[in-house]
Design a protein around this ligand. Structure first.
Ligand SMILES: [Zn+2]
Length: 189
């Protein structure tokens, strides 16, 4: 069974235990990978593949406080006939070594913040150093949407979620009341 994806809220309530895990900073995975890390990679990939709508997933989203992210590296459009399930990349202990270009605003959603979207500024080009799932050192360059996805997933490793960014928030009309209350409480806290 793939692990459950943690969310800040569902329906009418806040998930406080999930929120604590999602908001914690993740620890580096040991190198070479130990058994626990290998198992965490396997579980993250499994949870990622179980969600057709997932563009990316970070280990804390399934309750694992390790610096591991999974994301789709091409075929973002789910109607694309070239889209393949295995076009998924795993990065362990990713570190951004270069950011280039002017920040670009784009709308982002997150499986851990269901129903809403936030406009967030991201760099259109980044270079990242990490280990791949086999434990090889890799240095990668990501552009545009892929760069956005990687920056979003890396935020998760710091315990940062889309609602922690300053940008404009969009919520479905029928859920406006719930979210207004939620954000009001957040401001007062
Ligand atoms: Zn997310």
């Amino acid at each position: 069974m793939p692990k459950r994806i943690l969310t800040l809220w569902d329906n009418e309530q806040l998930n406080e235990a999930d929120a604590r895990t999602l908001r914690a900073r993740c620890a580096e995975a040991p190198y070479p990978f130990d058994k626990v890390t290998k198992e965490a990679i396997r579980e993250l990939a499994e949870a990622f593949f179980a969600r057709e709508d997932a563009v990316g997933l970070a280990a804390p989203q399934i309750g694992i406080g390790k610096r591991i992210i999974a994301f789709r590296c091409r075929g973002y459009d789910d109607k694309d006939p070239e889209r393949k399930k295995e076009d998924c990349e795993i990065l362990v202990n990713p570190r951004i070594t270069q950011k280039r270009g002017d920040l670009v605003v784009g709308e982002e959603g997150c499986l851990s913040c269901p129903e809403l979207h936030v406009e967030i500024e991201r760099y259109p080009e980044i270079k990242v150093r990490a280990y791949d799932l086999e434990g090889r050192k890799v240095s990668k360059r990501y552009l545009d949407f892929a760069a956005r996805v990687v920056q979003h997933e890396m935020d998760h490793l710091e315990g940062k979620l889309i609602v922690d960014h300053e940008g404009a928030v969009t919520v479905p009309k029928k859920r406006q009341e719930f979210f207004e209350k939620l954000f009001q409480e957040k401001k007062e806290a």
